[in-house]
Design a protein around this ligand. Structure first.
Ligand code: AMP
Ligand code: MN
Ligand code: MN
Ligand code: MN
Length: 284
């Protein structure tokens, strides 16, 4: 009956583009009834020790977590890693390399925004950045909302930060193979994050899951804050077709911005294999 577990295996802290500390997230998860939690900052595991300590102090079970940015046939795909050894040298180096170039990209984003009359966006975004190695589009979005350019972060992404828009700078992230290999060789399970968010054709999506499995990937997010109820059904089917375990996570970033609260999504269907069943010996 482990599909009944209130697991939330996807969220972000100030170590990447969330607004809460790992400790505040742990408290929020616990208050919402989360029984198994993972902090999954973008391209960074610097918050893992704090998250684990906070979870243990609250009597909440914990899996190590990360969300790695990958470029796959020209699009950005996110791969969540769960239950890995956070001291694994190849994983740490791979994540360091993946973070590299974010500052340069941010300065180019700022130049693009300057051309449409938004001056000094790089300097404006900096006070929102909790980790100097992890400047993200989200930090620009918060600056543009607080400075009155847009009414919310969704509007910022739509008008300024997505492909073809003035503040968008194409970026090459890790390869799918590298991300999956770093996670699995560190003893973890790799999971395709929020698959419905990508703009792949059916053939491209098939290629994503086929190659992901070929590299050793074992899971897919089925119940996530990025999916509609219909998409839970679609990706439950995908999990079965590809023989993947299913994950569940809110992708919570901030009380002010996130429409999905930690630990409040529907539970996984009993017809799926929960990803935590593959990780029982990695739960802390
Ligand atoms: P980056 O890694 O710098 O490209 O930033 C990606 C992050 O931007 C994602 O993890 C989300 O937190 C955020 N994001 C992407 N698209 C949107 C959107 N349409 N609205 C709000 N936030 C978004
Ligand atoms: Mn994010
Ligand atoms: Mn993501
Ligand atoms: Mn995320």
């Amino acid at each position: 009956m482990t599909h009944l577990l209130n697991a939330d295996l996807h969220c972000h802290s100030v170590v990447s583009d969330g607004t809460l500390t790992p400790e505040a997230l742990a408290e929020r998860a616990k208050a919402n009834g989360v029984q198994l939690w993972a902090l999954t900052d973008h391209d960074e595991i610097g918050g893992q020790a704090r998250a684990l300590a906070a979870a243990q102090a609250l009597g909440m079970r914990y899996l190590t977590g990360v969300e790695i940015s990958v470029t796959f046939i020209g699009q950005t795909v996110h791969i969540v890693g769960l239950g890995f050894d956070a001291s694994n040298a190849a994983l740490l180096q791979g994540l360091r390399d993946t973070r590299g170039g974010r500052k340069q990209r941010a300065m180019e984003m700022s130049e693009g925004l300057a051309k449409v009359g938004i001056a000094a966006a790089f300097e404006g975004a900096l006070p929102y950045v909790g980790n100097p190695e992890l400047i993200s589009r989200t930090h620009f979005a918060r600056f543009l909302v607080d400075s009155g350019v847009c009414k919310d972060t969704n509007e910022v992404f739509r008008k300024y930060l997505t492909e073809g828009k003035p503040g968008y700078v194409p970026h090459r992230w890790a390869t799918l193979k590298d991300a999956v290999t770093w996670i699995t060789e560190a003893g973890g399970v790799a999971v395709v994050a929020h698959p419905a968010r990508y703009k792949f054709t059916p053939n491209e999506e098939f290629a994503l899951f086929t190659e992901f499995k070929g590299h050793g990937g074992q899971g897919v997010e089925v119940v996530t804050g990025s999916h509609s109820a219909a998409e839970y059904v679609t990706y439950a089917q995908t999990a079965k077709e590809f023989g993947l375990a299913a994950s569940r996570g809110s992708d919570f970033h901030s009380p002010a911005e996130s429409h999905t609260e930690l630990g409040t999504l529907p539970l996984l269907s009993s017809t799926l294999t929960p990803v935590w069943e593959l990780l029982s010996d990695r739960i802390q």
